[in-house]
Design a binder for this molecule. Structure first.
Ligand SMILES: Cc1cc2nc3c(=O)[nH]c(=O)nc-3n(C[C@H](O)[C@H](O)[C@H](O)COP(=O)(O)OP(=O)(O)OC[C@H]3O[C@@H](n4cnc5c(N)ncnc54)[C@H](O)[C@@H]3O)c2cc1C
Length: 149
């Protein structure tokens, strides 16, 4: 981003894009709300990069073709105690066991560890394995839409 700005790009932050403006079959900019005001931001090129939840909404509002294939893989960590061997220094996910519908990998869930007071024993005494289940890509980020409908 810094490189782009140094080369003359204008950075417009703190705004929510509503839709892409199409003129003559080409994207000519976006309509966005910034500081409570709707404004048109002209652009030579528009890249929809609002994430898996945001991009389909913008494309649908713009009348552009989009495919609804949202998946959300549930993740949990199974942890147990072990003999403490010193400070925690494990590499996260050093390897992955991949199956058709899930993966297993050594992974310490720091976020849960910090949020759950009851878990706050020395991290070095915890060994943890991540279980990530594969969702099917049939979900929807827009109400009333799904890949099956
Ligand atoms: C809890 C969690 C853990 C994850 N862990 C991992 C991991 O370990 N490894 C891994 O590879 N991936 C992981 N992921 C996935 C990874 O975060 C995403 O794949 C990646 O962030 C997608 O990047 P993106 O730029 O497409 O979208 P995002 O990172 O979602 O960025 C989209 C941006 O667009 C903005 N936006 C949305 N709508 C609008 C709008 N209308 N106008 C303007 N801006 C808008 C959003 O605010 C956001 O800043 C994780 C995701 C989550 C939620």
């Amino acid at each position: 981003m810094e490189d782009a700005v140094a080369r003359g790009a204008a950075l417009v932050d703190r705004c929510r894009v509503e839709r892409v403006q199409i003129e003559g079959g080409r994207a000519s900019g976006v309509w966005a709300v910034r500081g409570g005001k709707r404004q048109f931001l002209p652009a030579d090129l528009v890249v929809a990069a609002a994430g898996g939840l945001g991009s389909p909404v913008i494309l649908a509002r713009s009348g552009l073709r989009w495919e609804q294939r949202l998946f959300v893989d549930p993740v949990l960590c199974v942890a147990g105690r072990r003999e403490a061997t010193g400070p925690r220094g494990e590499i996260s996910m050093p390897f992955v066991v991949q199956q058709d519908s899930f993966i297993l990998s050594p992974y310490f869930d720091y976020l849960s560890y910090f949020f759950n007071r009851g878990w706050r024993r020395p991290g070095s005494s915890v060994i943890s394995l991540m279980v990530k289940l594969a969702d099917s890509g049939e979900g929807a980020s827009l109400p009333g839409e799904s890949a099956k409908s």
